[in-house]
Design a protein around this ligand. Structure first.
Ligand code: TMP
Length: 224
């Protein structure tokens, strides 16, 4: 139970294609918010609970010949997401902790929906069943051209000719589809999605993220 004087925490999600730098920036954001005396919980999806991490292993390492059917994948992801919401996100927000999550349900709309071909309306129904009307307060969308993103992935893995990770080895065309799908979501969910231009240096992108966080900090009640 939340003490009546403790303001609810903020739920911030980080989204974007691979190699856009979101996972680096989420760590910088956590450090910055902690320096502002904000209690932070850092999560990633899929994962974040023992059940979610087990699901991540099961799903990410399935063979490409026997990949999950997209709607079945979405059921798995939403089951793990519901666990994450009930066991981690909701209780922490109630206690006044700010929750930063690397990916959330926008990823399912983009990867299983637009990319995988699962029906978006069905995915939104699953979203409502799993999360009810709950939404992130803010979503930072890291937007970067797939060519630049792929170069970054290659730099990150200099000794790896054949990047084994199924997703990182997707073609540029698929990455472009992911990028455009995210940009369409940003037009639909204007109330929560903020686009971060991720082409700039790490420090400049960090600054853009900070601006969004400062804006949020100036609007919400902070823990005392
Ligand atoms: P990441 O650890 O690089 O964020 O990789 C997670 C991968 O999982 C990424 O390729 C996107 C994918 N994914 C989905 O396909 N659907 C989802 O709902 C989520 C959260 C991730």
């Amino acid at each position: 139970m939340r003490h009546p004087d403790v303001p609810r925490g903020q739920f911030i999600t980080f989204e974007g294609g691979e190699g856009t730098g979101k996972s680096t920036q989420i760590r910088h954001a956590a450090t910055y918010l902690r320096s502002q005396d904000i209690p932070i919980l850092l999560l990633r999806e899929p994962g974040g609970t023992p059940e979610g991490e087990a699901m991540r292993t099961l799903w990410k390492h399935s063979s490409s010949e026997r990949a999950w059917e997209p709607l079945a994948e979405a059921f798995l992801l939403f089951a793990a997401r519901r666990m994450l919401w009930c066991r981690e996100i909701q209780p922490h927000l109630t206690q006044g902790t700010w929750v930063l999550c690397d990916r959330f349900y926008d990823s399912t709309l983009v990867y299983q929906g637009v990319l995988g071909g699962a029906d978006i309306e069905k995915l939104m129904k699953m979203k409502t069943l799993a999360l009810e009307e709950n939404e992130p307060d803010i979503t930072l969308l890291f937007d970067l051209s797939p060519n630049t993103a792929m170069k970054r992935i290659a730099q990150r893995n200099p000794n790896c000719q054949n990047i084994a990770d199924y997703y990182d080895s997707m073609s540029i065309k698929k990455h472009e589809k992911i990028r455009q799908a995210y940009l369409r979501l940003a037009k639909i969910f204007t109330f929560r999605i903020r686009i971060i231009k991720a082409r700039a240096s790490e420090a400049v992108v960090q600054q853009s993220v900070r601006q969004v966080l400062d804006d949020l900090l100036s609007r919400v009640k902070r823990p005392t």
